[in-house]
Design a protein around this ligand. Structure first.
Ligand code: HEC
Ligand code: HEC
Ligand code: HEC
Ligand code: HEC
Ligand code: HEC
Ligand code: HEC
Ligand code: HEC
Ligand code: HEC
Ligand code: HEC
Ligand code: HEC
Length: 308
């Protein structure tokens, strides 16, 4: 108790008293304390000392009331179970309904910045719980959160094997080599953009964290880069086309939105972008490679036609 007195906070003492080494009022939960758990789950308690949650056991400034009873911060009051050893008398988060299990974790983790877009996220909406990805007592001794890119990708792969396979295409980020992972582009906790796409800064596509040269503001923006985002023209999971483009030839990509007069009737209903001027003779090889001239295709500071 010496540390408690040094802390000197009346509120802290109040919480401790409530948190019931002293459960006078029978309707209040009866806490057993971590030491008690250790009498039967010695290995788990010993192993848990390497877990980041052990900070709660020894006294965490944000959750001081859980000092000395970290196990029960997730498993709920344990006196009944500790006395009877009846598994039914204690919460097992893996057996709870998803919303209830997540509620346990969110009681402390709700405020963390990566959870801000949680309600928009596919995982929360599809009942993929925290413990589907985070193994609290699992094999990784030091943290329930995977750290290495390869470990993260392996975890995502357990449910999204098809996506990982897409990275085997000839033109792709080197995800399979461990140079990048799924969470470089996605926030597994959910995000405000569709498909849980990670944001860079306030509200830019996460791609710009690494491809900063494509970041504006440009004096002359190419409308789809901002309005539709990078995947208007690129296949982020890999492509059979060079530069991970959605089309085999750059020309075909551009003409999707910039039909020439000759191709305009064919393009339906109406192309989005301007019509290339008449001197663009697409029968001539010279005009086939649009980005030979329109070099600053992601935006330019000097040329309205993205020529330089
Ligand atoms: C008197 C011994 C004893 C004490 C003390 C004890 N447990 Fe248990 N606990 C058991 C036994 C036995 C089981 C059942 C193990 C099994 O089924 O393999 C169990 C199972 C559990 C389970 C799994 C429940 C389930 O649904 O499968 C959890 C969680 C648990 N204990 C947590 C705790 C916590 C937290 C504490 C401290 C508050 C604690 N135990 C104290 C003996 C004890
Ligand atoms: C941060 C939350 C958290 C804390 C703290 C925590 N546990 Fe758990 N515990 C879980 C979750 C989640 C599970 C369900 C299995 C899983 O997903 O890893 C679990 C499962 C268990 C089980 C059942 C094991 C099994 O194989 O089914 C026991 C026993 C247990 N915990 C005991 C403890 C003890 C003892 C402590 C304190 C040293 C403790 N837990 C601290 C979250 C926690
Ligand atoms: C009583 C508060 C509390 C509860 C409940 C809680 N956590 Fe934590 N969690 C913490 C603290 C404190 C840390 C240590 C890191 C820190 O200080 O932020 C932590 C760390 C983690 C980490 C590791 C972060 C890292 O950077 O290594 C993960 C993952 C995590 N918690 C997941 C969970 C999950 C999943 C649950 C529910 C089963 C849960 N937590 C329940 C307070 C809590
Ligand atoms: C789809 C898998 C998945 C789900 C579901 C998930 N996480 Fe995570 N979480 C991760 C991964 C992967 C990381 C590591 C991210 C990184 O390194 O950038 C992580 C990181 C964390 C961290 C470390 C700090 C941070 O914000 O990056 C905490 C704490 C955490 N998760 C808690 C939770 C809680 C609480 C829930 C449930 C509400 C949850 N996670 C649901 C995969 C998941
Ligand atoms: C336990 C299984 C599971 C794990 C593990 C998992 N996911 Fe998911 N994920 C789902 C389910 C279910 C959905 C919703 C259904 C769907 O769209 O496929 C989903 C949806 C998504 C979506 C949005 C798809 C859309 O159309 O909106 C993204 C992005 C995603 N997951 C990324 C990840 C990443 C990154 C990881 C690894 C950190 C991961 N997932 C781990 C099950 C999982
Ligand atoms: C280079 C960035 C990047 C990486 C790395 C990445 N994604 Fe994506 N992912 C995206 C973008 C951007 C979209 C949205 C595409 C769109 O607009 O339809 C997306 C879409 C998705 C979707 C929705 C369905 C689909 O296929 O369009 C899922 C699921 C998904 N990603 C999962 C994953 C998983 C799992 C990994 C790791 C194996 C991963 N992603 C790696 C950028 C990435
Ligand atoms: C974590 C950093 C990172 C993120 C995030 C990222 N990239 Fe990349 N990207 C790279 C690196 C590094 C390369 C160089 C190729 C390589 O070594 O994988 C690259 C290459 C590319 C290439 C060129 C491939 C070629 O053949 O020249 C394109 C196109 C691309 N990325 C698009 C995207 C898009 C679109 C996004 C967002 C959906 C994105 N990147 C997100 C790191 C990243
Ligand atoms: C209007 C279509 C379009 C959009 C939208 C677009 N790109 Fe591109 N991008 C291209 C074309 C075309 C190329 C190939 C240029 C060439 O042929 O040299 C390219 C090439 C690239 C390259 C490789 C060559 C280089 O310049 O570094 C990267 C990286 C890249 N884009 C990233 C992005 C990112 C990040 C975004 C979103 C901010 C994005 N692109 C949006 C059309 C587009
Ligand atoms: C997804 C549709 C789309 C794709 C693909 C696309 N653009 Fe655009 N582009 C636009 C839109 C929309 C504008 C703005 C038109 C406006 O402001 O009237 C634009 C503007 C331009 C301009 C400025 C002149 C003008 O018409 O305003 C040029 C030059 C241009 N694009 C060239 C290209 C080239 C070259 C490619 C192929 C690498 C390409 N675009 C691919 C939609 C697209
Ligand atoms: C040999 C160089 C060259 C090539 C190759 C080229 N362009 Fe251009 N393009 C130009 C020049 C120069 C202009 C500006 C004309 C002007 O200002 O009057 C231009 C203008 C445009 C404009 C803008 C029209 C407007 O209303 O301002 C579009 C759209 C366009 N090009 C699309 C394309 C497409 C699509 C391709 C590939 C099929 C392509 N260009 C290939 C040189 C080229």
């Amino acid at each position: 108790m010496r540390r408690v007195f040094r802390c000197g906070s009346l509120m802290f003492l109040g919480v401790l008293a409530w948190a019931g080494q002293n459960p006078r009022v029978s309707s209040e939960p009866a806490w057993a304390g971590t030491e008690s758990c250790g009498t039967c789950h010695a290995d788990l308690v010993r192993g848990f000392q390497l877990n980041p949650h052990w900070a709660i056991e020894v006294g965490h400034t944000r959750w001081p009331s859980w000092k000395g009873k970290v196990c029960e911060a997730c498993h709920g009051p344990g006196t009944k179970h500790a006395e009877s050893a009846d598994p039914a008398a204690i919460k097992h988060p893996g057996k709870l309904a998803v919303s209830e299990a997540d509620g346990l974790c969110l009681a402390c983790h709700r405020g963390q910045p990566t959870q801000a877009g949680r309600l928009h996220g596919s995982h929360a909406r599809n009942q993929v719980s925290c413990v589907a990805c985070h193994s609290i007592h699992g094999a990784r001794p030091h943290s329930p959160a995977p750290r290495r890119a390869a470990d993260i990708t392996a975890q995502c792969a357990s449910c999204h094997a098809g996506v990982v396979a897409e990275f085997a295409r000839p033109h792709a980020h080197r995800l399979r080599e461990g140079a990048i992972s799924c969470v470089d582009c996605h926030n597994p906790h959910g995000e405000f953009l569709p498909k849980d796409q990670r944001l860079a800064g306030a509200n830019e596509p996460g791609c710009l964290r690494c491809h900063g040269d494509k970041r504006g503001p440009f004096v002359f923006e190419h409308a789809p880069v901002r309005l539709e985002g990078c995947s208007a023209c690129h296949e982020p999971h890999g492509s059979v086309n060079p530069r991970m483009l959605t089309r085999a030839e750059v020309r075909l990509l551009c003409l999707q939105c910039h039909a020439t007069v000759a191709t305009r009737q064919a393009a339906s209903p109406a192309a989005l972008g301007g019509v290339p001027p008449a001197f663009h003779d697409l029968r001539s090889a010279r005009f086939r490679n649009c980005t030979l001239c329109h070099q600053k295709i992601h935006g330019s500071q000097v040329s309205a036609d993205f020529l330089r």
